[in-house]
Design a binder for this molecule. Sequence first.
Ligand code: T4K
Length: 364
Amino acid sequence: MNKPIYVTQSVLPDLKDFVPYLEQIWENKILTNGGPLHQQLEKELCEYLGVDYISLFNNGTIALITALQALGLKEGEVITTPYTFIATAHAIVWNNLTPVFVDIDPVTSNIDPQAVEKAVTENTVAILPVHCYGIPCEVDALQTIADKHNLKLIYDAAHAFGAKYKGQSLLSYGDLSMVSFHATKVFNTFEGGAIVCHSAEMKHHIDQLKNFGIVNETTVNDVSMNGKLSEVHAALGLLQLKTIDQTLQARQKVDSHYRELLADIEGITCIQRLNLDKDNYSYFPVIISSSFSLSRDELFEKLKQHNIYARKYFYPLMTDFNVYKQYQSDTPNAKQLSEQVLCLPMYPNLSTDDIDNIVRVIKG
Ligand code: T4K
């Protein structure tokens, strides 16, 4: 491969289409603090996603930290998955809460509700599942457990923008959902993120929390973050939203082309994206099992030699990072998947020729 192919490539609109937005910002002199473009993006996202309330953030991590704070979780255990990006666990610990890592369902790669149920103790205050790769968690089973034990349910839906499940946005489940608009995500605002919630009161509370906890000039109710999204980022979001459906269609083509070419390779399994009403094709994870001629790590290196930069999302497991070793638990499914998974390049502009070449290298 002459040019490097990375695991993803950010989607960007035509620069000339962005200029009028910048001119508007330069004219208004409103750069942040919930300006007109920020408000417009919140409105358009609610319409596009079919959700009632959304609060924009400067990134998904601050949004997730704030989501836990917004639910008043001050101490106790939060049950979560070890098979995720480090930010999921960081959000728990930033809130002085204790992460409890339980195993995943090896088919969906998401937290196993039975393992969650078993891990509930009198100290449990919340469940924090991840819709890994944009594949839905078992939302009904998790909600039942949360209701039964009076727990908060917060979804890390960083990968789930645009996905629909059981007739509604995947972001609409649980008490709160966080989504990421990072450069590497399906919908990006360079950096950015949001919390989806279900009442005007909660949105108001979250909006105060993302603005230092300020209520008015003389009152501050909480010790919280500056989580605001700037007008420039909001402007980009408005522009990206215009082409999001084309973006998703292009991703779908990449996904099906890969599946067609990889179908008959012994030892390589594409993770199934089951039961979605609308998929966003966030990632293209494959499992490299022992019947393949190379190990996962050998294939990773071989692809690299051909200038193809796949990624081991999510290896190491959270509990194998030094900072989380103290929370070690027995999660054999998560361990196995993290040792076998490889996310192949997946982005709308990945050409059919590039996919053919990637698969040719895999086939060796
Ligand atoms: N929860 C979950 C489950 C998450 O996956 C994430 C983020 C979060 C929470 C937190 O949300 P944010 O706070 O990020 O909004 C990336 C991303 O930085 C991170 O957002 C993402 N998950 C994670 C899974 O992946 P890296 O360290 O792998 O990214 P990096 O810089 O190696 O980029 C990968 C490839 O993407 C590059 O090789 C090329 C391409 N790329 C990257 C950047 C930064 C672009 O095309 N343009 C770019 O601007 O973490």
